[in-house]
Design a binder for this molecule. Structure first.
Ligand SMILES: C[S@@+](CC[C@H](N)C(=O)[O-])C[C@H]1O[C@@H](n2cnc3c(N)ncnc32)[C@H](O)[C@@H]1O
Length: 315
């Protein structure tokens, strides 16, 4: 008797494919979360992203002991990452000035190119942020609120407006809303503001307080909030790893701009709960600003907006 008969027939590649990709919810309920996560990993490694997403979600529901949120995000957002998109935006916008809120180790600040004056704001950047940058770069070691307050009262003449900005500091909705309001004041109508973490992939990572390694906070509330209070803005959301990017166009710079609605907006949207995994699908489904994860499509949208804006400005 051969060993093969003892262990049963070797499964065909087709069988393997079926076993690793199609697990019904009913059957998944009987398998441990960690095993489901392992099968999800195989699917992710093979580029079967939809199957991997289903399996990671089943693994989470089954109580996997491994945190799979980041891998779920990889499966949910294949294609260019947020850094790839930021790099293309730098290359194509060629901003004179760039402001980044939330520097950490300087990886995204370093995307600013020669010809751009870059400013980073972070109360506690990593020591690795002290590195040579291609663009002339200053890092302000203060919170964004302090930076904007000091900038508003500094003497020595007005600073140049910000052409391009990236909000990636404290991941709390009220902070992100304040960062946007403060930034808009010092931008121009043709400036571009990008917000990170607008598409968290799980309820736990979408909570205001951090309880997981992969964490987006409640930044996601900024999209429905700005749609409600600033319907004049053009929003483009890119489903990109790790947690989405939202690009804002059509800013109304200057201090005269009315932001009386800030407290009301915090009351209205601060209490929203990303209550279950279905919220993600719902938010995606309802988010009319969502485009495909492609820098070409993103730039086509941004350039189309610039064309309309420039056309109207000529009249
Ligand atoms: C996610 S990291 C930034 C990552 C960086 N933009 C990148 O993509 O490589 C968030 C950073 O925000 C900083 N931060 C926290 N609170 C802040 C605040 N109130 N104002 C500005 N930055 C803040 C943290 O110190 C941390 O370095």
């Amino acid at each position: 008797m051969s060993m093969l008969n003892d262990v049963g027939a070797i499964p065909s590649a087709k069988d393997m494919d079926r076993r690793t990709s199609a697990i019904s919810d009913e059957y998944a309920g009987t398998i441990g979360g960690d095993i489901l996560a392992e099968v999800a990993d195989i699917n992710l490694a093979c580029g079967r992203f939809d199957e991997a997403v289903t399996l990671y979600r089943q693994a989470i529901a089954a109580g996997t002991t491994i945190e799979v949120f980041e891998r779920l995000a990889q499966a949910s957002f294949p294609g260019p990452t947020y850094r790839d998109h930021l790099s293309v935006l730098h290359e194509q916008l060629k901003p004179k000035t760039y402001l980044e809120i939330g520097v950490f180790d300087g990886d995204t600040l370093a995307l600013a190119r020669n010809g751009t004056i870059a400013v980073g704001v972070d109360p506690a950047p990593r020591s690795s942020a002290d590195r040579p940058y291609v663009a002339p770069t200053t890092i302000n070691r203060v919170t964004s609120d302090t930076y904007f307050a000091e900038r508003a009262t500094q003497s020595g003449g007005p600073l140049p407006p910000i052409d391009f900005a990236f909000i990636d500091g404290l991941h709390h909705f009220d902070q992100v809303l304040r960062d946007f309001i403060n930034l808009e004041r010092i931008c121009q109508s043709r400036s571009v503001v990008v917000i990170h973490d607008t598409l968290p992939v799980t309820a736990v990572s979408a909570q205001r307080e951090r309880t997981s390694r992969y964490w987006c906070g409640d930044v996601w509330k900024i999209v429905p909030c700005l749609r409600r209070y600033r319907p004049d803005l053009t929003m483009i959301t890119v489903p990109t790893f790790p947690s989405g990017l939202t690009i804002l166009l059509g800013l109304k710079p200057g201090f005269a701009h009315n932001v009386d609605w800030y407290d009301e907006a915090i009351m209205e949207f601060g209490g929203l709960v990303f209550d279950d995994e279905a919220s993600y699908e719902r938010i995606q489904g309802q988010d009319s600003s969502l485009i495909k994860n492609s820098s070409a499509i993103l730039m086509a949208n941004v350039n189309a907006w610039f064309r309309v804006f420039d056309d109207q400005a000529m009249r």
